[in-house]
Design a protein around this ligand. Structure first.
Ligand SMILES: [Fe+2]
Length: 201
C-alpha cells in the first residue's frame, strides 16, 4: 500500500490513500464512543446504503470524520478542552476530488449538530455523552443569526441527512463491510467529479 504525501494526491491514488487511513488508523481511534472510528464511518455509510440513499450521501457518511486522521492537531479525546476542527481538515483533504455536496456534508457536520440542537430539544436529548462533550467545545447550540445563515446553504438537506447518519453510526452490535466494499463507489464519484473539472492527470 502506497502512502503518498498530501501534496502528491491525485484522482488515481486518493481512494487508496483513504483506504489506507481506514486500515492503519481506523481501528485504533475511539472518539469516546463504543466503536472504532472506522466502524463509526462504515456504519453511517452502511445505514445510508441500506436505506437506498443517494451515492453522495453514502460517500459523505463514509468520509465525514476523515479529518480526524489528517489534521496536524491530532485526534479527539474526552479530555479535550479545545476543539480540533477535524471537519475543516477533512473537507480540505477532499475538496480537490469530490463535489461540494460531499465536502459541505463533511465541513458542516459539526455545525449541523449545533443547528439541530438549537431547533430541536429532542435531538439534543438523543446525543451521546461524547457528542454533548464536543458540542460545547464546538460552540454549543447555534444562535438565531447562525441558524438563519446556516439555512442558506444549498446542501442543507444533505448535510442534515449525513448528521443523522453520523449520530446513528455508534452501535457496538452493528456489523458492516469494510472500506473496500465502498471503494468503487468512491472512485466513481472522484472520476465523475475530476472528469467534469478536467482534473485527470
Ligand atoms: Fe462522526
Amino acid at each position: 500500500m502506497s502512502h503518498p504525501e498530501l501534496t502528491e494526491l491525485n484522482p488515481q491514488n486518493i481512494v487508496t490513500f483513504i483506504g489506507g487511513i481506514f486500515e492503519r488508523c481506523g481501528s485504533e481511534e475511539y472518539l469516546g464512543e463504543p466503536v472504532t472510528m472506522a466502524e463509526h464511518m462504515l456504519q453511517g455509510a452502511t445505514l445510508a446504503e441500506r436505506k437506498g440513499m443517494p451515492d453522495e450521501i453514502i460517500v459523505a457518511a463514509l468520509l465525514h470524520d476523515i479529518g480526524h486522521f489528517t489534521s496536524e492537531l491530532g485526534t479527539f479525546s474526552m479530555a479535550d478542552t479545545e476543539d480540533r476542527h477535524h471537519e475543516e481538515a477533512g473537507a480540505r483533504l477532499l475538496q480537490a476530488f469530490f463535489p461540494s455536496v460531499i465536502t459541505d456534508c463533511v465541513r458542516y457536520h459539526v455545525a449541523a449538530k449545533r443547528y439541530l440542537c438549537a431547533i430541536n430539544t429532542d435531538y439534543y436529548d438523543s446525543l451521546s455523552t461524547a457528542s454533548v462533550h464536543s458540542l460545547y467545545l464546538q460552540g454549543g447550540p447555534m444562535g438565531q443569526e447562525e441558524i438563519e445563515e446556516f439555512e442558506k446553504n444549498p446542501n442543507l438537506k444533505q448535510i442534515i441527512q449525513v448528521r443523522y447518519l453520523d449520530d446513528a453510526g455508534k452501535s457496538p452490535a452493528m456489523k458492516t463491510a469494510d472500506f473496500w466494499h465502498f471503494a468503487p463507489l468512491v472512485q466513481h464519484i472522484v472520476d465523475r467529479h475530476c472528469e467534469f473539472r478536467g482534473h485527470n492527470t
